[in-house]
Design a binder for this molecule. Structure first.
Ligand code: GLU
Length: 427
C-alpha cells in the first residue's frame, strides 16, 4: 500500500496555489529568495518523516531559532536567572518592536527580537562565534544532521542590523544585557542565519513535541525546560497575531521572516512549512493557510484534546487471581481509570495481578497513582503481583528527568518485575 500521508500533503500544497504577500526585503539577501517556493514536512515522534514540495530547499531559520536558543539559555543559566531578564507575556507588538516592560525593563518575551537578543546573550560562550557555535551544535543535534551558517545571509543581515543593534544597546542601559551589544547582535545574527530545510525544522519541532527527546532517545532538553519553551511559543510565537493563531490553529508555533513556519502538537507531531511571501505580521502567508487547513483536516487544535482511552484496563479471573490487564500510555486520566478498577476489589487475601505488559510509558503522576493503588491493595490484604516487563513503575521519569525508585515513592513495598507471573497469567 502507498501511504495516503504523502498524497494528503500534495493535496494540501495544491490547496494553497494562490499566494499573496511580499518576501521580506529589510534584509537584502532575503529579497533574492524565490517567492514561489513551497514545501512541507511532517515528523512523527518515532522518527518517520513525510515531505512534499520544496522539502530539500535550504533557507535561513531566522526567528524559528528563538525557541531553541531560549531553551539553551535556560539550560545554561537556570530558569530563574532567565526570567529575571526576559518576561513571558505576549506583547501584541511587531517582532522588532522596542517593547520593554515599564516597571522591570525586561523584554516582554523571548520570541520578539528584544527578548531573543537577551536570550542569545545568556548562552554560555566567550564571544559571538563561541555562542553561535554552541547554538549550531544544538540545532544540529535536534535536526539529526550537521547544519551550517549561510554566510551571505549573515553578512547581509549584519550590515543592516541597526534596529537590533539599537535594541541591544537599550537592553544594556536597563541592565538586561551584559557584555558588548555589538558582539551579542553579531552572535544573534549568526544564530538567525543557520541554513535549514523543512525536514530539519520538522524534526526539531518533533523533539519539542516529544518532551525534548529525539527519536533515537537522546534527551536534548529537560522536560521542564521543554514545557517552558512550548508555553512561550503558544502565547508569543506568532508575534502580534498570536491570539488569532491560538484560536484558529491552536498549537505552539514559530515563524521566521525567511518564510519558515513550524508547529508542534505536543505528544504527537512536529510540522514545518516553507513559503517566502509574508503577511503584514511577518508570518508566511501560505504557511499560515496550510496550518489552518491542517487544523481543520487533522484536528490538531490543543484545546480539542483527544479523549483518553476508555479501555485502558480490564479485569479477568485466572487461576483464582484477579488480573488487571492495563494497556496504553498512562497519564492522570488513565491512571484514575485503573484505580477505579482496583477499588472494586473486595478487601481480602485473594491474589491480584497488575499486568503492565502492554504499558510502555507512564508519566510521573500516573506512576505514583498506580504505586499508591498497589500499596493500598497490599494493605487490604491482597497478595499483589506486578508484571512490569518494561520497567514502567520502577524507572518512570519524573518531571525533572531524574529516576525515582519504587521504594521511595510508596513506603517500603518494592514492586518488581515478575515475568514468570506474566506467563502464568497468560497460560
Ligand atoms: N533575524 C531576523 C531579525 O532579527 C529575525 C526576524 C524574524 O524572523 O521574524 O530581524
Amino acid at each position: 500500500m502507498r501511504t495516503p500521508m504523502i498524497d494528503y500533503l500534495h493535496l494540501l500544497l495544491g490547496s494553497v496555489a494562490e499566494d499573496a504577500g511580499e518576501v521580506a526585503s529589510y534584509i537584502p539577501e532575503l529579497e533574492l529568495a524565490d517567492p514561489d517556493r513551497l514545501g512541507i514536512a511532517v515528523a512523527t515522534l518515532d522518527g518517520e518523516m513525510y515531505a512534499a514540495g520544496d522539502a530539500d530547499v535550504e533557507f535561513t531559520i531566522q526567528s524559528i531559532s528563538k525557541p531553541f536558543t531560549y531553551a539553551l539559555a535556560i539550560a545554561d543559566q537556570g530558569l530563574d536567572a532567565v526570567l529575571e531578564r526576559i518576561d513571558v507575556e505576549p506583547s501584541g507588538d511587531a517582532f522588532n518592536e522596542i517593547s520593554l516592560d515599564r516597571g522591570t525593563g525586561r523584554p516582554r518575551n523571548p520570541m520578539i527580537n528584544a527578548g531573543a537578543i537577551a536570550a542569545h546573550a545568556l548562552v554560555r560562550g566567550d564571544d559571538a562565534e563561541a555562542r553561535a557555535e554552541r547554538i549550531l551544535d544544538l540545532y544540529s543535534r535536534l535536526a539529526g544532521r550537521r547544519l551550517s551558517i549561510a554566510e551571505d545571509v549573515f553578512e547581509s543581515e549584519l550590515s543592516t542590523a541597526d534596529r537590533n543593534m539599537a535594541l541591544a544597546y537599550m537592553l544594556r542601559t536597563v541592565g538586561k544585557l551584559r557584555g558588548d551589544p555589538a558582539d551579542v547582535v553579531r552572535g544573534y545574527t549568526r544564530q538567525c542565519s543557520v541554513s535549514v530545510t523543512v525536514r530539519d525544522l520538522a524534526r526539531m519541532s518533533a523533539v519539542l513535541a516529544a518532551g525534548g527527546r529525539t527519536p533515537e532517545g537522546d534527551q536534548v532538553f529537560d522536560p521542564a525546560v521543554n514545557r517552558q519553551v512550548l508555553s512561550v511559543m503558544a502565547t508569543c510565537g506568532m508575534y502580534n497575531s498570536a491570539g488569532d493563531w491560538l484560536t484558529s490553529v491552536g498549537i505552539p508555533a514559530k515563524s521566521g521572516v525567511a518564510g519558515g513556519l513550524v508547529g508542534v502538537l505536543p505528544g504527537q507531531v512536529g510540522i514545518a512549512v516553507f513559503s517566502p511571501r509574508l503577511d503584514p505580521h511577518g508570518n508566511s502567508t501560505r504557511g499560515v493557510r496550510l496550518f489552518e487547513r491542517m487544523n481543520h483536516d487533522l484536528g490538531l487544535h490543543l484545546m480539542a484534546p483527544a479523549e483518553s482511552a476508555r479501555s485502558v484496563s480490564r479485569r479477568l479471573e485466572r487461576d483464582g487471581a484477579a488480573v488487571h490487564e492495563i494497556a496504553g500510555d498512562l497519564h492522570f486520566t488513565e491512571a484514575e481509570r485503573v484505580l477505579r478498577g482496583f477499588a472494586l476489589e473486595p478487601v481480602g487475601d485473594a491474589p491480584v495481578v497488575v499486568d503492565l505488559d502492554r504499558v510502555h510509558r507512564a508519566n510521573d503522576i500516573a506512576r505514583r497513582m498506580l504505586l499508591e493503588g498497589i500499596r493500598r491493595l497490599h494493605e487490604d490484604g491482597h497478595d499483589v503481583r506486578i508484571v512490569d516487563p518494561w520497567g514502567v513503575l520502577g524507572s518512570a521519569e519524573t518531571g525533572s528527568g531524574e529516576l525515582v525508585r519504587g521504594e521511595q515513592a510508596h513506603g517500603g513495598y518494592v514492586p518488581a518485575s515478575f515475568p514468570d507471573v506474566a506467563s502464568a497469567a497468560r497460560a
